[in-house]
Design a protein around this ligand. Sequence first.
Ligand code: AP5
Ligand code: MG
Length: 215
Amino acid sequence: MDIILLGPPGSGKGTQAKMVADKYHVKHISTGDILRENVRNGTPLGKEADSYMKKGQLVPDQLLVNIIKDRLAQPDVKGGWMLDGYPRTIPQAEALEKILPSLGQKIDVVLNIDVPDKDLVDRLSGRRMCKCGVSYHLQFNPPKVPGKCDVCNGELYHRSDDQAEAIMKRLDAYHKQTQPLIDYYNKKGITATINGSGDIKKIFAEVSKALDKKV
Ligand code: AP5
Ligand code: MG
């Protein structure tokens, strides 16, 4: 099954994607995680992306299209994938549509996680991340041992774009550049909207219900 996960910053894309990957045996592909790894490793891509990410802006489309094109051509995604953070603009969605047929792949479902803006700021300012990609929240989803990842025991960190000013810019970029994708995929009749407020497990049950209809 090939799945796209849409939703504003802090809506729980990463949190839900980890659970979906485990249950449905699909590869979780997070463009944010790929970019952050490049920033950490100081690659040319990471150096270019960092200047945009720190400010809460989207990284230019062409860089992302190249990342996705390479990633979806790798053998480990042949059993199915879940894209978290791509596409984020209409041109990225159009590019994906051109890439998929040559790989023998197609989008089965677009899950749109809906959370009001007022909840997102709290979620992002209290988030702590591990470099293995798992995210926690100091209050809503704390790790078992403070400051340590439950999965790999790595040190948790505060993302540089989880500061008030960058959060507001990311929300603005979401509304202007990414939200139009909801309509774009609604017109194709492949979207399922999930209420992303409330308990993480309850939301996952709703996600599972939407995916089970597609299996
Ligand atoms: P990216 O890493 O994709 O960030 P994002 O979209 O801003 O989303 P987040 O990762 O912040 O939130 P999430 O929805 O994954 O929420 P999470 O599960 O962590 O992208 C970062 C940057 O990279 C972009 O700004 C851009 O610069 C660049 N980029 C990436 N892809 C790009 C693209 N395609 N094009 C251009 N640029 C691109 O949850 C958030 C918090 O809430 C956590 O603390 C979690 O524990 C908590 N939480 C989760 N669920 C709940 C719940 N139900 N109740 C309470 N708390 C909850
Ligand atoms: Mg994320």
